[in-house]
Write a protein that binds this ligand. Structure first.
Ligand SMILES: Cc1cc2nc3c(=O)[nH]c(=O)nc-3n(C[C@H](O)[C@H](O)[C@H](O)COP(=O)(O)OP(=O)(O)OC[C@H]3O[C@@H](n4cnc5c(N)ncnc54)[C@H](O)[C@@H]3O)c2cc1C
Length: 406
């Protein structure tokens, strides 16, 4: 039932993503700016776009969303929504220039998971939080909503993470993992950095404290956890943010010579590669769900991803050649490429996360990873905080040139 509920809320196809975008565009101006912070409850999130599962997998791209919004609203009218879309871009760029932060998350998670297995009190508290049985009504409702629908409103994510860390005193990495295993939009950058921000690791010393009055106001009185929440939020200790490396510029795609193509969950609109002349002998899809967590992701997450990938294959089947589905380890990828007589594997650049981790393990064959122009232009600006990045938004918008073929 949960899988059906989540997939009914987020049908995993580009067509459904575009339909949602079309429906939402009229609201992306002042309506969004005034109403976006309200969490109106499961099944009632009409004040926000709910586009994140589509954007996360690039069933619909940031450029398409921005272009659609700017075709109906002025930049100032849609400023708030545009900024939110660029938060995703910023977080991806920030992590891309600091990949050890992703490794650091995995170390924290592995450590916390060991503790869960050896400390019965921690295990019980973690299980109660994941099952939504803490006795804090709002938190429990959000845990159920997440598990049933694969989505939470942004404000609910902030409150939930804050209560997880500062009231329940659970390790932040276990909370980030709980989100990744259940969100249809689970994203290595937005999720890891969102949790780190609440914990006081992202902007050192600056934490986010969930307050009962704020929850009451922005849930329109559905919840009022008076006296139930921590009154302070001391920053979680952790290592300093590493200095930024250079942002990647991606590989040049030389269309000459036999190659095979890998389609992955981080870019399910590969039309731009065919526009660059890609003509693969064969293609394969990657399955990296087993690399998202130490535990098994929720069924609806795997189902969303596999159906979204199948949708991308169906849309491009005239360009892909014979398609092999669900490769999940480096040796299988290399064997498959060699079976097709290829000396190169082409795949769109995968940002820091499970797909990039898998691609990095490939040895003995060239892997060509072209980077979308949008990412190449925007990511290098994510050197400091979002407020500096934000100043570049007008320039980045100015460079958008119509919709790309998806
Ligand atoms: C602790 C925590 C964990 C999060 N984990 C994820 C995650 O795993 N995957 C994910 O996609 N987002 C994550 N977010 C960001 C944000 O909550 C979601 O992107 C947003 O709620 C998605 O709903 P929407 O599409 O209706 O957003 P809207 O309000 O309609 O915003 C439009 C788009 O802007 C982008 N966006 C909005 N807010 C943010 C934000 N704070 N950070 C980055 N991008 C944003 C998204 O692409 C979103 O689809 C997290 C935030 C927090 C605080």
């Amino acid at each position: 039932m949960t899988t059906q509920t989540a997939l009914a809320a987020f049908p995993p196809s580009r067509e459904d993503g575009l339909a949602r975008l079309k429906d939402f565009v009229p609201q992306a101006g002042r309506d969004y700016a005034t109403r976006r912070n309200f969490d109106l409850g499961q099944g009632a999130h009409d004040n926000v776009s709910c586009l994140s599962p589509y954007l996360r997998h690039r069933l619909v791209t940031e450029e398409e969303v921005l272009n659609a919004v700017l075709s109906k609203h002025s930049r100032s009218e849609a400023e708030k929504f545009i900024q939110e879309v660029f938060w995703r871009t910023y977080f991806k760029g920030w992590l891309e220039m600091r990949p050890p932060v992703w490794g650091g998350y995995w170390s924290e998670l592995t450590f916390a998971w060991d503790q869960v297995q050896t400390q019965s009190g921690l295990r019980r508290a973690w299980e109660e939080a994941c099952r939504g049985e803490t006795g804090i009504e709002c938190f429990d409702a959000w845990a159920h909503e997440l598990v049933e629908t694969g989505y939470l409103h942004n404000h609910a994510r902030m409150w939930f993470a804050s209560i997880w860390i500062f009231t329940l005193k659970l390790p932040w990495a276990l909370g980030a993992d709980f989100f990744l295993r259940h969100l249809c939009d689970g994203d290595p950058a937005s999720n890891t950095l969102g949790w780190r921000w609440v914990a006081g690791l992202q902007t050192p010393g600056k934490t986010y404290l969930a307050r009962a009055s704020n929850i009451r106001k922005y849930t329109e009185d559905r919840f009022h956890p008076k006296w139930q929440l921590a009154g302070e939020a001391p920053a979680v200790s952790g290592s300093e943010n590493p200095p930024p490396m250079a942002a990647p510029d991606g590989d040049r795609l030389d269309p000459a010579g036999p190659c095979v193509f890998l389609l992955h969950e981080d870019d399910l609109s590969p039309g731009w590669l065919f526009d660059l002349g890609l003509e693969p002998e064969a293609s394969a899809t990657l399955d990296t769900t087993g690399r998202m967590s130490i535990l098994t992701p929720a069924e609806h997450v795997s189902a969303f991803k596999s159906r979204a990938i199948a949708d991308a294959v169906a849309r491009h089947d005239d360009r892909l050649g014979p398609v092999t589905s669900g490769l999940s380890d480096a040796k299988a990828i290399v064997d498959w490429a060699r079976d097709h007589g290829a000396s190169r594997i082409v795949t769109s650049y995968a940002p820091v996360g499970p797909t990039a981790d898998l691609l990095r393990e490939i040895e003995g064959i060239e892997v060509v990873r072209p980077l979308r122009a949008f990412d190449a232009r925007a990511w290098p600006y994510a050197t400091k905080g979002f407020f500096k990045f934000k100043d570049k938004i007008p320039e980045l918008l100015g460079e958008l040139r119509g919709l790309r073929v998806a």
